[in-house]
Design a protein around this ligand. Structure first.
Ligand SMILES: [Zn+2]
Ligand SMILES: [Zn+2]
Length: 347
């Protein structure tokens, strides 16, 4: 374990305080926006474009977050307007205020196509009660009857609870695109697995990499399966993306991630992010010498205790690992009488 951390360095031991910014390179500000969740913050970056700023990701659409931004705009951002917002991926902690920057501040939006479609679809979606598919998804995962009943009785989380409406109109980026921002030219490289078509930005002019949630130093980005695509194998996409992006990783890269601290040691971290899942898959395959449901597969995957607050993320991550082993032909699955899939290692 000691060895596995050797390659990673964090030039700033402390993140920027709320409402403040750290200039990590000329014209590039690291800013933290608070979240009221287990993960209590998201990193956003402001890049100086001369007479305006480009902002990468935004935080959630809450009154508190908008107030943080208002004070940043007049404080750390020096009263200069935000001319453009860039979306790394469609998760609510990253896109929550994109619509607000567009409608209230006149910013334009730059994003890959899939994240834009996902974010816009999900803001238009409204589910007052859990859908039949969402219930079936949990039943298939072996969620205990009592817990499932409780789930059915509660209003589900809706994306638009925390994401402002996103108006029409964006500039599309994709693999091989370049973007000019903060006085630099950036190559866009697309990741996958944590979120579809996740954009990362690699400076041609210095050592900066804007990584979103595709590359984080001290936590493993969640790789999950959701009711929209219950048979999906996002872990295969995750591993493919890590291997592909590794080719570009350099020791001197300064990585600006979506959560936790800015860091160096990217080649090592890329390898580690693959190895973590390879290790988890082998522990899971062992665990499945005895037939089990997804709900019963937390112990080999997670070191910490799973509680009500982390259950949802743990479940989607467990299914991602199970689907991967299943698609590779290493485990079988059969329906139990109550509708749950029961998985078992072959041989
Ligand atoms: Zn994310
Ligand atoms: Zn995130």
């Amino acid at each position: 374990m000691k060895h596995s951390r050797l390659g990673i360095r964090t030039p700033w031991d402390e993140p920027p305080a709320v409402g403040e910014a750290i200039e990590v390179a000329e014209g590039v500000l690291w800013i933290r926006v608070p979240l009221r969740m287990a993960l209590d913050h998201v990193n956003v970056y402001a890049l100086d474009d001369g007479d305006s700023w480009t902002v990468i990701d935004t935080g959630l659409n809450t009154k508190a977050t908008r107030e943080v931004w208002q004070s940043l705009l007049s404080g750390a951002l020096g009263g200069k307007p935000v001319g453009r917002v860039v979306m790394t991926h469609h998760h609510p902690d990253h896109v929550g205020l994109i619509g607000w920057f567009m409608t209230e501040h006149g910013a334009t939006l730059t994003a890959p196509r899939v994240p834009w479609l996902m974010a816009r679809m999900l803001t238009l979606d409204f589910e007052p009660t859990p859908t039949a598919e969402a219930i079936e998804f949990r039943r298939s995962a072996g969620m205990p009857a009592e817990q499932l009943q409780k789930y059915q009785a509660e209003r589900p989380f809706n994306f638009r609870d925390v994401v402002a409406p996103i108006p029409l109109g964006f500039t599309r980026i994709g693999e091989g695109s370049t973007v000019k921002m903060g006085g630099r030219t950036w190559d866009v490289r697309i990741g996958n697995g944590h979120a579809p078509e996740h954009a990362t930005f690699w400076s041609r002019d210095d050592n900066l990499v804007i990584a979103g949630d595709q590359i984080i130093a001290s936590i493993s980005p969640n790789v999950g399966v959701y009711p929209q695509q219950p048979n999906e194998d996002p872990l295969a996409e995750w591993i493919e993306a890590c291997e592909r992006l590794s080719q570009y990783a350099r020791e001197d890269h300064l990585v600006l991630p979506g959560h936790k601290l800015v860091f160096t040691g990217l080649p090592h971290r890329m390898k580690q992010m693959i190895d973590n899942h390879v290790g988890a898959l082998s522990r899971l395959a062992d665990w499945l010498k005895v037939p089990r449901t997804a709900h019963e597969c937390f112990p080999p995957l997670f070191k910490r205790e799973i509680d009500a607050g982390t259950y949802g993320l743990a479940l989607v991550e467990a299914i991602a690992h199970l689907n991967h082993l299943y698609h590779k032909g290493e485990i079988t699955r059969t329906r139990r009488e109550d509708g749950a899939w029961v998985y078992q290692a072959k041989g």
